[in-house]
Design a protein around this ligand. Structure first.
Ligand SMILES: C[S@@+](CC[C@H](N)C(=O)[O-])C[C@H]1O[C@@H](n2cnc3c(N)ncnc32)[C@H](O)[C@@H]1O
Length: 400
C-alpha cells in the first residue's frame, strides 16, 4: 500500500525528512516532483496515514494510492479504474467527488477525465450490486463524501483516495483573510530550511509579519505543536480508515507537546500595519502558541539589530521574512527601494551579515541579490502556490 503526499514544488525533500522523523525508512520513500510516496503495509497504512495527516508540516495532503496504470487513452483510463475493488472501499450512499490533474500526458481535459473515472466507478458499483448499468446510484450528502483523486503524469494514471479533506496547509488557525499571506506549508518549509535552533542564543524575527504565519509556524515546530491538532480530516468519516487512528495520533501529538512560554522571548513578529497585530495574535492563540510569541506594531526600519537585541534579549537574530513585493502590494520601484533598505538594515555594505544577524528573505522577484551587494550564501527555488519564489539566505560574516 502506498501513501501519496503531494506538496509544493521545492518542498519534496523536506516532506521526505519529516516522514523519516515520523519513523519512515528512507528505502520506503520515493521522492518525485511535487510529491513523496511512502510505502506501507496492509496492516500499517491506516496508522501511517493518520499520523502523516496530524504531524506533517510541509505536505499538502495524504492520499491512499489504489492503483497505477498506463492511461494514454480514455479507454485505458476507464479500464484501469474499473479494476479497482470500489465495492469494498465506498460506503453505501456516499457522494463521490473526483478531482485531479494531468501533466505531460495525452489526456489533458480534466472534466473529461473526471467524467470517465466517475462512470467507471459507478458501473463497477452497479454491477457489484447486480443492478442494470442504466440504474442510478444513490449519492446522499448525509451519508458522507469520498474524495477520489487522480494524477496522470507522463501517460500513467494514479487513482487515490483523499484522507485529508481540506488541504493540510489549512491548519484551522488562520480563518481571516489578510493581504498576501504566505502558505502555512511553505512557511513551515522555510523555517526548516533556515535550520533554526530554538531556545539558544538566537531569536526568530519576522519584521514584516502580516498575519504572523512564519512566527506561528516556527513556534509550533519549536514547541512541538502538531499542525493537525485543531482540524478534522476526511479519513475520520471514511469507515475504512476511521476516527480511532486519528484520535491516537492526536493523543501522541499532545503527549509530545512542550510547555509553551515566552520566557525568554524567542519568537517575535512586527508589522507596520497596527490592524494586523490583533489578527496575528488571534491566529497564534488559535494555533495554540499564543504564550510563546510576541507581536508588535512597528516599522521594520526602526528595528535595527541593536534594538532587536534589546527587545528579544538575545545576542543573535534570525530574520526570516517575506516582505511586500510587486503586483499586489507594491510597484517594482518601491519594492527595489524596500529590498535595498532591508539589505542595508541587516547586511553590511559588502553584503555580509552584521554581527549576530542571519537573514533569510523569500521573494518572487529575482533582484534581491543585486541590492544585497553579494550573491546569497544559499538560494533555493520554491513555490508559494503557483508563484515561483526564491529563498535567499545570508549567514556569512565579513572576514577581518
Ligand atoms: C507579504 S506581507 C507578509 C505576509 C505574512 N508573511 C503573512 O503570512 O501574513 C508583507 C507585510 O509587510 C508589511 N510592511 C510593509 N512595509 C513595512 C515596514 N516598513 N515595516 C514593517 N512592515 C511593513 C505589510 O503591512 C504586510 O503585512
Amino acid at each position: 500500500m502506498q501513501l501519496y503526499i503531494p506538496c509544493l514544488f521545492g518542498l519534496e525533500s523536506l516532506v521526505s525528512e519529516e516522514l523519516q522523523e515520523l519513523g519512515a525508512d528512507k528505502k520506503d520513500l520515493i521522492v518525485q516532483d511535487g510529491a513523496v510516496i511512502l510505502g506501507t503495509t496492509p496492516s500499517s497504512w491506516r496508522e501511517a496515514a493518520a499520523r502523516a495527516n496530524v504531524f506533517l508540516r510541509t505536505g499538502e495532503r495524504v492520499l491512499l494510492s489504489l492503483s497505477e496504470f498506463p492511461a494514454r487513452t480514455f479507454d485505458e483510463l476507464f479500464d484501469g479504474v474499473s479494476e479497482i475493488n470500489w465495492e469494498e472501499l465506498i460506503p453505501r450512499d456516499f457522494v463521490l467527488a473526483v478531482n485531479g490533474f494531468a501533466r505531460k500526458s495525452a489526456l489533458t481535459s480534466l472534466p473529461a477525465c473526471q467524467g470517465i473515472i466517475k462512470k467507471a466507478i459507478v458501473r463497477r458499483l452497479l454491477s457489484a450490486k447486480g443492478l442494470p448499468l442504466t440504474a442510478k446510484l444513490v449519492e446522499d450528502p448525509g451519508a458522507g463524501t469520498l474524495r477520489i483523486q487522480f494524477a496522470i503524469v507522463s501517460d500513467r494514471a494514479r487513482i487515490m483516495i483523499d484522507t485529508s479533506g481540506e488541504s493540510l496547509h489549512k491548519r484551522g488557525y488562520r480563518p481571516l483573510a489578510t493581504e498576501a499571506p504566505i502558505r502555512e506549508t511553505l512557511a513551515a518549509g522555510l523555517v526548516r530550511l533556515t535550520q533554526y535552533r530554538p531556545f539558544g542564543s538566537e531569536a526568530f524575527v519576522d519584521p514584516f509579519c502580516g498575519s504572523g504565519t512564519l512566527v506561528i509556524e516556527a513556534a509550533m515546530r519549536a514547541f512541538h505543536v502538531a499542525p493537525g491538532l485543531r482540524r478534522p480530516f476526511a479519513g475520520e468519516s471514511w469507515p475504512i480508515l476511521g476516527k480511532p487512528f486519528f484520535e491516537k495520533a492526536r493523543a501522541e501529538a499532545y503527549s509530545l507537546q512542550k510547555p509553551i512560554s515566552s520566557e525568554p522571548i524567542t519568537f517575535f513578529g512586527s508589522d507596520i500595519d497596527p490592524k494586523l497585530i490583533p489578527v496575528a495574535e488571534r491566529n497564534a492563540r488559535a494555533a495554540g502558541v499564543y504564550e510563546g510569541v510576541s507581536f508588535e506594531a512597528a516599522d521594520a526600519f526602526t528595528r535595527t539589530p541593536e534594538v532587536l537585541n534589546t527587545l528579544t534579549d538575545k545576542p543573535r537574530q534570525l530574520i526570516l521574512t517575506n516582505p511586500p513585493y510587486g503586483e499586489r502590494l507594491l510597484d517594482a520601484e518601491k519594492a527595489e527601494e524596500l529590498y535595498r533598505a532591508i539589505a542595508g538594515l541587516y547586511l553590511d555594505s559588502d553584503g555580509f551579515c552584521r554581527a549576530g544577524m542571519r537573514l533569510a528573505v523569500i521573494s518572487p522577484d529575482d533582484t534581491f541579490e543585486r541590492f544585497a551587494g553579494r550573491p546569497a550564501d544559499k538560494r533555493r527555488k520554491l513555490y508559494n502556490g503557483n508563484i515561483r519564489c526564491q529563498l535567499y539566505q545570508y549567514f556569512k560574516l565579513p572576514k577581518h
